[in-house]
Design a protein around this ligand. Structure first.
Ligand SMILES: [Zn+2]
Length: 267
């Protein structure tokens, strides 16, 4: 009986994933030197440069082949990916990390709280619902740390709450001769109980994240899930200049979080 149950568990987990997480999506340039290489809903971003590229997020275990095909279709080489990052250590954004690391030979960078999750394959995750192949983390990213690769500079921003170490990355791109602020944001959706004993600072972290996210003024923003920034519509209209919708999106996540605080904590 126990054996049967253990066998059935991964199948149940697989069946629960939305199909759009595993459907391919046309790779495309978003703006400047940043490209979309994710699946239909799992946002993966290639920040390209003459000295190599940075890949943000690696999707599910079945994503690396699709991501690799997208990178090559755009005319870039997989072995030119030198750094792998993630917005958060949930399985839908890092289960492909181990295989992608092997395919590229790239270094893996992560925030202090997300590094042990990645290195334990999700076992250290207080939400307990995430598991994937472990990957060694080569560099720990503190809040404000700059990630530099040739002419690319990304700023690490700790946006904890969604996971204990979820983060966003900010950079400047040039589009039609204009310098624009480009934000790859981890939106603060609540997916684990706010009373989780393994994450006592969760409410405090979420509030600090929303307070900080409200100070940002991106010209272009993208997120861990394509649906969070209307990827399909942006791709269809080829209009990625969506800065005007950012404040409203953050306020909406903040509202949903505070509603959840009331429900769970009665505050
Ligand atoms: Zn998540």
């Amino acid at each position: 009986m126990l054996k049967l149950w253990l066998f059935a568990l991964p199948l149940v987990a697989l069946a629960a994933n939305p199909p759009e997480w595993s459907r391919p999506f046309p790779p495309h340039r978003i703006a400047g030197h940043i490209y979309y290489v994710g699946t239909e809903d799992l946002g993966c971003y290639l920040i390209t440069g003459k000295s190599g590229h940075i890949l943000l997020n690696t999707g599910l275990e079945d994503s690396p082949a699709m991501i690799a095909a997208s990178i090559e279709k755009l005319g870039f080489k997989l072995t030119d990916v030198k750094i792998l990052l993630t917005n958060q250590a949930h399985f839908d954004h890092v289960a492909g990390l181990a295989d992608m690391q092997k395919m590229t030979g790239a270094k893996v960078f992560a925030t202090p709280p997300d590094a042990p999750l990645i290195e334990s394959g999700g076992k250290a995750d207080p939400s307990g619902f995430t598991n994937y192949k472990p990957t060694k983390v080569d560099r720990i990213l503190k809040d404000g740390d700059l990630i530099q690769l040739g002419e690319i500079t990304l700023k690490t921003i700790h946006h904890f709450g969604h996971t204990p170490g979820s983060s966003s990355y900010e950079t400047t791109i040039t589009e039609n001769g204009k310098k624009l602020n480009f934000l790859m944001v981890n939106m603060g959706s609540v997916v684990m109980p706010l009373t989780s004993p393994g994450y006592p600072n969760i409410v405090k972290d979420f509030r600090a994240t929303f307070a900080h996210q409200k100070t940002l003024r991106p010209d272009i923003w993208v997120a861990t899930h394509g649906s969070q920034y209307d990827l399909k519509e942006k791709f269809r209209t080829k209009n990625f200049l969506n800065g005007a919708s950012y404040q409203e999106a953050v306020a909406d996540y903040d509202k949903r979080f505070e509603r959840q605080v009331k429900i769970e904590l009665g505050q």
